[in-house]
Design a protein around this ligand. Structure first.
Ligand SMILES: C[S@@+](CC[C@H](N)C(=O)[O-])C[C@H]1O[C@@H](n2cnc3c(N)ncnc32)[C@H](O)[C@@H]1O
Length: 227
């Protein structure tokens, strides 16, 4: 009797195990299928993006950056922006590129104060939206445009002035692109110089209300390399 009951229980348990094994297998295959569908959707999105169709540089449809920014957003204080543009001896014939333009203050100032044409590039769509709003707010749409682009993919030849507020290693990574600029073109960099390149001028200023001093480095093409 005891033996019959234990045989019954063991048979019952095997049945339950079989059922739960079937259930687990169904759930497993369902998850694999869902994952495959998701991956296929993502890969076609990537292909389309690489061909440039849905994400244009001027009107990005994605709400996420193309990739993470190489440096966080920290704005240049306005007195430092003013000094950078003075140091670059800006005129209305200049074309200014701000590589990683943040809220667009450098390109807006270049247009407003000097009548220069300017393009701000940023990889982060939030910054691009902010900068475009600033351009509209200041009424400089005829001179300034803002593009969502990775600065390491840019042709810098059309620029006569490049503004930088990045990081030392990013400035060095930009060197091959900077060196392609036309002779006489200028580069102004906030806080960081370019390793291996001699600045023609360097200055430090401490705007009112700022705890730390800010440096500005000025370079001209062809760049003067350290010995
Ligand atoms: C320190 S902030 C400088 C902002 C502005 N130029 C200024 O001086 O006020 C650096 C900016 O570079 C952008 N950035 C970082 N990596 C980038 C990349 N690879 N391509 C384009 N923009 C980038 C960030 O989103 C950020 O807005």
């Amino acid at each position: 009797m005891g033996c019959g009951r234990s045989a019954f229980h063991s048979e019952n348990r095997r049945g339950k195990l079989r059922k739960s094994a079937t259930f687990i297998a169904v759930v497993h295959w369902l998850s694999v299928w869902c994952l495959m569908v998701a991956c296929r959707a993502r890969s076609s999105e990537h292909t389309a993006t690489a061909r440039g169709s849905p994400v244009s540089s001027t009107a990005p449809s994605a709400s996420e950056p193309v990739r993470a920014p190489d440096v966080l957003y920290v704005p240049t204080p306005q007195p430092v922006v003013d000094r950078m543009l003075e140091l670059a001896r800006l005129t209305s014939s200049d074309v200014v590129y701000d590589l990683g333009c943040g809220d667009g203050r450098i390109v807006v100032t270049a247009a407003e104060r000097y009548g220069a044409r300017a393009i701000g590039f940023d990889i982060d769509p939030a910054r691009v939206a902010e900068a475009r709003a600033k351009v509209r707010e200041h009424g400089v749409e005829a001179l300034v445009s803002i593009e969502q682009k990775d600065i390491f993919t840019l042709d810098l030849k059309p620029a006569s002035v490049v503004a930088l507020y990045l990081l030392p290693q990013l400035n060095v990574r930009l060197l091959p692109q900077l060196e392609q600029m036309r002779p006489g073109s200028r580069i102004v960099s906030h806080d960081f110089d370019i390793a291996g390149v001699v600045p023609l001028e360097a200055l430090t200023l401490r705007p009112p209300g700022e705890e730390l001093p800010h440096s500005i480095y000025f370079f001209e093409i062809p760049l003067k390399k350290t010995e």
